[in-house]
Ligand binder design. Structure first.
Ligand code: ARG
Length: 459
């Protein structure tokens, strides 16, 4: 088949070069947006008298039948076309003849592709946003059920202070709320229409870019036509937001992997989200969590790949930019895939509260509270800190814990100790007496749950 641009050339394109140049195998996924954009373009052209109403109607009918046939699986993407834009246009001309050849008046593939990606990403990101809401909701519900489940909070992966499982899980809910905001911001900034920028310089036809933008639900138009065709910032913004989101998922997954181990056993993953081993009959592996942790790397890769592709590109369109699609598509697919598995995996996991509590009883995680006890009785914090350090060392040497140390020993260490010390350093007291905003105490955790619920109600 002759290329659309064959007029300028004496020879056919080399077969390998042709395949190399073609993006149809990956940009065919934007067929719907390409057709919707073309319908809006035909409407604009006829409304401005640039083509006749009759031609516009034929074009719209032709495009609608192409859409139907693609969706019914009757029309498949033949690889002769250079990209989805050429594919749709040549199919249209095949179907309706000369009217089809008028569609590309006052536009270029450069503004067309910029339009299609934005529309495609807008739809995909609406899905990603609603998947994020489901995840945040699942975490809120898990938190609600576990406001009194005490677990060790860690720093340096060493037991540090007691927290509740609700508090810990809500930390992730806060991260995902920020991810939601980042993606929403990027989508909002992306929602300016590039169509009508044409190749780069605009056009001599009296077009109406605002008409097209409105028809395609854009908030505004790209104000500079050179920027309109060469901007891919929105892909980078989304890739950055996805990278942070994947980083959050990978941290959570790392904890799921640890928590599922026999060493922790803080949670039990549902069988439907666990795998066995081909050789070790006893194994129950957290493959889903490991895979999500692993897939974080490919999303970072997509971000760095596109940043590198765009680096140093002169204005305006360059074919290098065709590389944007595989990177952003891969990241979109990966994020959706990971969220679709992660949310039910977490929602169906069983929280093993007893094991968390047992782990909390070791490791002196109430040592800060013992120091605070002395401070409240008048001792300067640094002195109390030192004394408790010595007490911990004594307990370790004598194979005991602060809660079991006989009162005579406490009395020997400081006259400030009274019998109430045991109650004051119990895990429940440590948690319940945390009253600062954002802390692990029940009032604060309930306020955090309310905040998440309010976010869910408003978005
Ligand atoms: N397939 C191309 C891309 O994805 C479409 C734009 C082509 N424009 C051009 N002038 N060759 O970037």
């Amino acid at each position: 088949m002759d290329k659309m641009w064959a007029g300028r050339f004496a020879k056919q394109l080399d077969k390998l070069a042709d395949d190399f140049n073609s993006s149809l195998r990956f940009d065919c996924r934007m067929y719907k947006q390409d057709i919707e954009g073309s319908i809006a373009h035909a409407l604009m052209l006829s409304s401005k008298g640039i083509i006749t109403k009759e031609d516009s109607n034929k074009i719209i009918e032709g495009l609608s039948s192409i859409l139907e046939d693609i969706e019914a699986g009757v029309l498949t993407f033949d690889n002769d076309a250079e990209d989805i834009h050429m594919f749709v246009e040549s199919e249209l001309t095949k179907r309706i003849g000369d009217a089809g050849k008028r569609l590309h008046t006052a536009r270029s593939r450069n503004d067309q592709v910029a339009l299609d990606i934005r529309m495609y990403l807008r739809a995909e990101n609406n899905e990603i946003l609603s998947m994020l809401l489901s995840l945040i909701e699942a975490l809120r519900d898990k938190a609600k059920e576990n406001t009194d489940a005490i677990m060790p909070g860690y720093t340096h992966l060493q037991r540090a202070q007691p927290v509740t499982f609700a508090h810990h899980i809500l930390a992730y809910a806060m991260m995902f709320i920020r991810d939601y905001g980042r993606i929403k911001d990027a989508v909002k900034r992306m929602n300016s229409s590039p169509i009508g920028c044409c190749a780069l310089a605009g056009t001599t036809y009296d077009t109406d870019r605002y008409f097209e933008a409105e028809k395609l639900q854009f908030d505004s138009i790209m104000l500079n036509s050179i920027d309109g065709v060469s901007d891919r910032d929105f892909c980078l913004e989304l890739l950055s937001a996805y990278s942070v989101l994947m980083m959050h998922l990978s941290r959570f997954c790392e904890e799921v992997v640890l928590w599922s181990s026999w060493e922790f056993k803080f949670i039990e993953l549902d069988d439907s989200y666990s795998t066995g081993s081909s050789i070790m009959p006893q194994k129950k592996n957290p493959d889903m969590a490991e895979l999500i942790r692993g897939k974080c790397g490919r999303v970072y890769g997509d971000l760095v790949a596109l940043l590198t592709t765009l680096k140093g590109l002169p204005l305006a369109y360059n074919k290098d930019m065709q590389e944007d699609k595989e990177a952003i598509f891969d990241a979109v697919d990966t994020v959706k895939l990971c969220l679709s598995v992660f949310t039910p995996m977490i929602a169906t996991a069983t929280v093993l509260r007893d094991n968390m509590l047992t782990a909390s009883k070791k490791g002196f995680i109430n040592a800060t509270d013992l120091a605070d006890y002395l401070v409240k009785k008048g001792m300067p914090f640094r002195s109390a800190y030192k004394l408790v350090g010595e007490t911990v060392a004594y307990c370790i040497a004598n194979n005991t814990v602060l809660d079991d140390l006989p009162f005579e020993k406490y009395a020997e260490l400081s006259t400030l100790f009274e019998e109430d010390v045991y109650n004051e350093i119990s895990l429940e007291t440590c948690v319940n007496k945390r009253i600062s905003a954002g802390s692990t105490g029940p009032a604060s955790v309930n306020a955090q749950i309310d905040y998440v619920s309010e976010f869910l109600n408003n978005d």
